[in-house]
Structure formats: structure tokens, C-alpha cells
Design a protein around this ligand. Structure first.
Ligand code: DGL
Length: 309
């Protein structure tokens, strides 16, 4: 964990202008990036989407771990201060491994924050989780939700087939509609009193089709995704560790102000945002413009590893 201490003022932490790094198997993690930028507008970010090798959710754990190593190594080499694994599959399979690999960089996954949000959202104690094959296989959500509340019934379903459709932008097609119903309808089977009351979107791609999922559910079921909960957790980690960007005014109740967090308004530090993709930058730009507006940075091409398909 990095704490920068200024010479002559031991114990008082300074600001940290380094970017926050995020990665995903493709465009799904942009839903997490959106929440991070909304909550931490002074922070710079570097996002890498590995669209050339998506989907991760149908790959072996060993492959996902190798890809996650490459992505986190790249972010560390680019000098990030924190990494968010903006991918449930990589979180479920590789979080602990990456923490061992990069012990001086705080690494945050999306599973725990999402699980906590879902466990607190349910009133009936019945939670559904829609995720990839690899995430369901890992049982990471099952364990994390049970940790939060052992009495919760957790029903997990895999819907990896949605990921390539989302990546290809085919969101308004009959194929997508059929795939969404195939994924959602089993959650609606049985007596209404026995159904889930909360559905956790356990894949960062799924919020990109949130409207269609809501329509398919067609029932008063709370839909929770990890993005907002993860961004909120990141905000705490950054604050508690004194890692805020210059000009950020936020501290903690116990330690309300740090040197460097009250940069004069006349000298604002503009955050810098970079988006990289191993896939087609044009496709990423289209989605980024939709999520972040026209000011979104242009996606840049990146090559990773041996570019295994
Ligand atoms: N967006 C990723 C997740 O949250 C992975 C999707 C995939 O590549 O299968 O699980």
C-alpha cells in the first residue's frame, strides 16, 4: 500500500496524482469506469479492455489468470496507484493471485462490493446471480453473499452467451432478446412467493443491457450491479490511504484534511483519462461516447501477450 509522506511533516500524507488503473475482458468494465469517474472526478484513470481475447467467462481458470497477469503488469508498468479488476470473471479467478503478484499496489475486485450490495438489498433472503460460466464455477459470489448473510439463498445462473453479443453491439436483435429471456426466465419460474427479490448482475457487461434485463424481469425485482458499490469502496480506500489526487477535498471523519488536498482553485490539476483496447478502437469509441459523452478520450490500440485468440 503506497502512502506518500512529505519530508519534515511525518504522518501528514500528501496527495497522489497517479492514475487509477482498471481492466476488463472488453467493454464491460467501462460501466465501472463510469461510476469511478462520477464519484472521483479529480482522479486520472487508465482503462484497458482486452476485447481481442473476450470472452473470458468461457475460458479455463489458467487462461484467465494469465491474461489478468498481463493486464495488471501493464497497469503497474504505467504507474497506477490502485487497480480495479473491473471484471467479475478475473476477480473470481485471479484476485488473490494478483494481490500476491503486486503486493505494493492495492487491488480491488468487483465481487465483494457487489455481494455486499445484494445481501443488503434483499428483503426475502433470495438472491439471483447472473454471471459468466467461470464466475459461477468459482462460487465466488455464493461464498461472498453467504459471508455477508449466511441465511441468504443464492441462486446462480451462467449467461456467458450474452457477452459476445454485447461486445459486438448487437443489443437490439432478436438473438439478444432470446438470449436474455433464456437467462432470465428461469429466475421467474415457480410460485411468486418463492422467487428471488434481488438479481445481482455478476458480469460488468450486463449493465450495458440493463433496460432489456429489467423488461425481461417484468416484476418487482431489485437489480443490483457491482459498479456503483465498487466505486464507493474505491473512494474509501483512496481516502483512508491518503491517495487522493491533488485538489481533492475529501478526507475521513477521523482525519479530515491532508496536505495537498486543498490545492488552490487557481491551480487545478486536470485529470487525464486514457482508454486502451486490444480490439477495435472504433467500436470502443462508440460505446465510450454513449457512456461518457463526446469528451470521452479516443481509445488507443494496445497489444498484449502473444495475442492468443
Ligand atoms: N465483463 C466480464 C465479467 O464481469 C467478463 C465477460 C467475459 O469476457 O466473459 O465477468
Amino acid at each position: 500500500m503506497t502512502t506518500i509522506v512529505c519530508a519534515g511533516c511525518y504522518g501528514q500524507r500528501m496527495s497522489d496524482p497517479r492514475p487509477i488503473g482498471l481492466f476488463d475482458s472488453g467493454i464491460g468494465g467501462l460501466t465501472v469506469l463510469r461510476e469511478v469517474q462520477a464519484r472521483l472526478p479529480g482522479e486520472s484513470t487508465i482503462y484497458i479492455g482486452d476485447s481481442a481475447r473476450h470472452p473470458y467467462g468461457t475460458r479455463s481458470d489458467a487462461e484467465v489468470r494469465t491474461f489478468a497477469e498481463e493486464l495488471s503488469d501493464e497497469l503497474v508498468a504505467r504507474g497506477v496507484k490502485v487497480i480495479i479488476i473491473a471484471c467479475n470473471t478475473a476477480t473470481a479467478v485471479a484476485l488473490e493471485h494478483l494481490r500476491e503478484r503486486h503486493p505494493s499496489t492495492p487491488i480491488i475486485g468487483v465481487v465483494r462490493p457487489g455481494a455486499a450490495a445484494a445481501a443488503l438489498a434483499t428483503r426475502t433472503g433470495r438472491v439471483g446471480v447472473l454471471a459468466t460460466v467461470a464466475t459461477v464455477r468459482s462460487r465466488a459470489y455464493f461464498a461472498a453473499i453467504k459471508d455477508e448473510n449466511p441465511g441468504t439463498l443464492v441462486i446462480e445462473r451462467a449467461a456467458s452467451e450474452l457477452v459476445p453479443l454485447i461486445e459486438s453491439g448487437l443489443t437490439n436483435t432478436q438473438e439478444m432478446s432470446d438470449a436474455i429471456h433464456a437467462a432470465i426466465d428461469p429466475f421467474l419460474a415457480g410460485e411468486p412467493s418463492e422467487r428471488i427479490d434481488t438479481l445481482l448482475l455478476g458480469c460488468t457487461h450486463f449493465p450495458l443491457i440493463r433496460g432489456a434485463i429489467d423488461a425481461a424481469l417484468g416484476a418487482p425485482i431489485a437489480v443490483v450491479d457491482s459498479a456503483a458499490a465498487t466505486a464507493s469502496f474505491l473512494q474509501e480506500i483512496i481516502s483512508v490511504n491518503g491517495l487522493e489526487a491533488p485538489g481533492s477535498s475529501r478526507g475521513t471523519a477521523a482525519d479530515p484534511g491532508h496536505l495537498g488536498h486543498t490545492a488552490p482553485a487557481s491551480a487545478p490539476v486536470a485529470p487525464v483519462h486514457q482508454i486502451f483496447t486490444t480490439g477495435d478502437p472504433v467500436a470502443v469509441d462508440a460505446l465510450a461516447a454513449r457512456l461518457f459523452g463526446e469528451a470521452a478520450p479516443r481509445a488507443q490500440q494496445m497489444t498484449l501477450g502473444a495475442k492468443r485468440g
